[in-house]
Write a protein that binds this ligand. Structure first.
Ligand code: FES
Length: 576
């Protein structure tokens, strides 16, 4: 449907500022109270700069400066910029997990945009949940919106050795536990691993989700890969500010850009990037907000046969800074163009195909050609069986091949602390063939589905040289993690999923090629155990947690709240 360009009187904000009545008097007098004359705002698109900054937002330290760049761009294009601070979700600091709050941030963005006199929004995000949350909120608000990605931080450095966020922490932590790294060396790493503004520079959840936001057409082309401290990042922010003003006049909303095809492009791109498994949950949630159904099996089907071409840790060797110098996301997408629908629309009014046309790969080792992939192993597998009737996921490319078809006795833990204590015990009764199981780590049980899925290898096995073993949980896993970790088991154990019924010593069998995961128990035995199982007491007696528990969905449906997951926008507020 072609939309006609808006007139100033058709701007949403005109309803607040343009009328000649008692309420408009109040609105105009109050915008004047903020020091703004009619020359600033009258007849101009009001642009909300939705800022996920706080003094603890470790990955968004540059956002105050970027707000000024966006503001400059909005003013240049004839708009009226206003900063709207929203909840920051700094991944490392928020406990028990930022995932508990993704939907709260999404609600805050949606309701802020709906309730205030704004015509369009720049969404500033990057650190893990801030990307899906702000986009989910903007989809539901239904106003023109553009995403400004935070950009990756610079490479980490430890005495000349390059460090990657997360991935190298896990790697060297295992070496420290095995006695191969000293306390002083560990402290040196701590000082050098996060040495600039920006998000984790491995292909973790942040870079996966911001890259997919670009594939979905929600950022300016090429915006995502620019390192946060690079001056090109500030110029991109200003250009984003200029663009949103035009999007308001042309009434380009997320619903105009998002489609089944754009989400399928994102799934394919995620597979070729070896993106975070968290993207599955977030893409399903975002799609459902837009009225598009994506199920787990679609991820499996679309990811099949897609080679990993981004040579980025944890699946590869390099970091996002290298990826940017190698051509960044547009160049990367040229390598998988045959698998993409290039006709999908993007924020700049062009198609995805237009935006990547002519992009050049400058380094074939960082962005691999199809005939020399980083890995031909699958980046994603969706498994089902009597242990996960609703499905679960794993990253075969990140696991030791011997574990892709495996049977072993379960070693079951009911909570994280018990598991952490046990794996530190040098005398733990465990072998490399055991299957570590952690339950009560899902959306309800975690609560909030923490990133506990890469269960630590028991120290006894580390000392024997074991670096991977089969691990199963209803938790998520950081995108920077790796190993034979089966995640997102649905339904989760806390609500009585089969994971709740297994006991230490039960034999678990996985066959990734057959997409199966089962516990070797008869239906009768499972039914007997189910009859004896009792629902655990609620995690939260009151507050936001109680609302969360009442409305949160399972992993296979995106962990959105049931009352938010419905597509469509709600009516504009009355102005009285
Ligand atoms: Fe912010 Fe990794 S901690 S992106």
């Amino acid at each position: 449907m072609t939309k006609t360009r808006k007139t100033p009187e058709e701007l949403r904000s005109h309803r607040w500022f343009g009328a000649s009545d008692l309420r408009s008097f109040g609105h105009r007098s109050r915008i004047k109270q903020l020091g703004h004359a009619p020359e600033d705002y009258a007849g101009k698109p009001v642009i909300a700069i939705v800022n996920t900054w706080s003094g603890l937002a470790h990955c968004h330290g540059h956002f105050p400066a970027r707000v000024e760049a966006i503001r400059r761009g909005v003013l240049q294009a004839g708009g009226f910029p206003v900063e709207i601070p929203v909840m920051a979700l700094p991944e490392n600091f928020v406990k028990p997990t930022t995932m508990l709050y993704r939907n709260l941030l999404a609600m805050e963005v949606e309701e802020s945009l709906r309730s205030l006199p704004v015509d369009g929004a720049v969404l500033m995000g990057g650190c893990d949940k801030t990307t899906p949350a702000t986009i989910m909120g903007a989809i539901s608000a239904g106003l023109p919106a553009i995403f400004m990605p935070a950009g990756p931080m610079l490479r980490g450095d430890w005495g000349g050795r390059i460090l990657g966020s997360g991935s190298d922490v896990w790697k060297y932590w295992d070496e420290k536990r095995a006695g191969n790294i000293s306390e002083a060396q560990w402290e040196d790493m701590e000082s050098g691993i996060a040495r600039s503004d920006g998000v984790c520079m491995t292909m973790g959840t942040a870079m996966t989700m911001t890259s997919l936001a670009e594939v979905l057409g929600l950022t300016l082309p090429g915006a995502t890969s620019i390192p946060a401290p690079d001056s090109r990042h500030a110029r991109m922010a200003a250009a984003t500010g200029r663009r949103i003003v035009e999007m308001v006049w042309d009434d380009v909303t997320p619903a105009d850009l998002l489609s089944q095809a754009s989400f399928e492009n994102a799934i394919v791109a995620s597979a070729a990037l070896a993106g975070s498994t968290n993207a599955i949950i977030h893409l399903i949630a975002m799609a459902r907000r837009a009225g598009i159904e994506l199920d787990l099996d679609r991820f499996d089907a679309l990811s099949a046969g897609v080679p990993v071409l981004a040579n980025i840790r944890p699946s590869g060797q390099y970091l996002m800074e290298d990826f940017y110098y190698a051509g960044g996301l547009p160049a990367f997408l040229t390598r998988i163009a045959d698998r993409l629908d290039l006709a999908t629309r993007t924020v700049n009014g062009m198609t995805l195909g237009d935006n990547i046309a002519g992009a050049t790969v400058w380094n074939d080792d960082v962005i691999r050609p199809l005939d020399n992939p980083v890995s031909r192993a699958e980046g994603l597998a969706v498994l089902r069986g009597n242990l996960a009737p609703g499905g679960c996921v794993m990253k075969p490319s990140a696991a030791e091949p011997r574990l892709l078809k495996h049977e072993g006795p379960a070693l079951v833990f009911d909570d994280y602390d018990a598991m952490a204590k046990a794996v530190a015990d040098p005398d733990l009764d465990v072998t490399a063939d055991h299957v570590l199981v952690l339950r009560n780590a899902g959306p309800q049980g975690g609560p909030g589905m923490p990133e506990w899925g890469m269960l630590p290898i028991p120290v006894k096995l580390l000392r024997q040289g074991v670096r991977d073993m089969l691990r199963i949980s209803d938790a998520r896993m950081s995108g920077t993690s790796y190993g034979a970790c089966v995640l997102h088991v649905a339904p989760e154990s806390f609500v009585g999923g089969p994971l709740a019924l297994i006991r230490t010593g039960d034999v678990i069998a996985i066959d990734v090629a057959a997409r199966r995961i089962d516990v070797r128990l008869s239906d009768e035995e499972l039914a007997r155990r189910r009859a004896a199982w009792t629902t655990p007491p609620p995690r939260f007696p009151r507050g936001y947690g109680a609302i969360f528990a009442a409305h949160i969905g399972q992993a296979d449906t995106g962990c959105d709240f049931d009352v938010l997951a419905r597509p469509g926008t709600i009516a504009e507020p009355e102005i009285h």
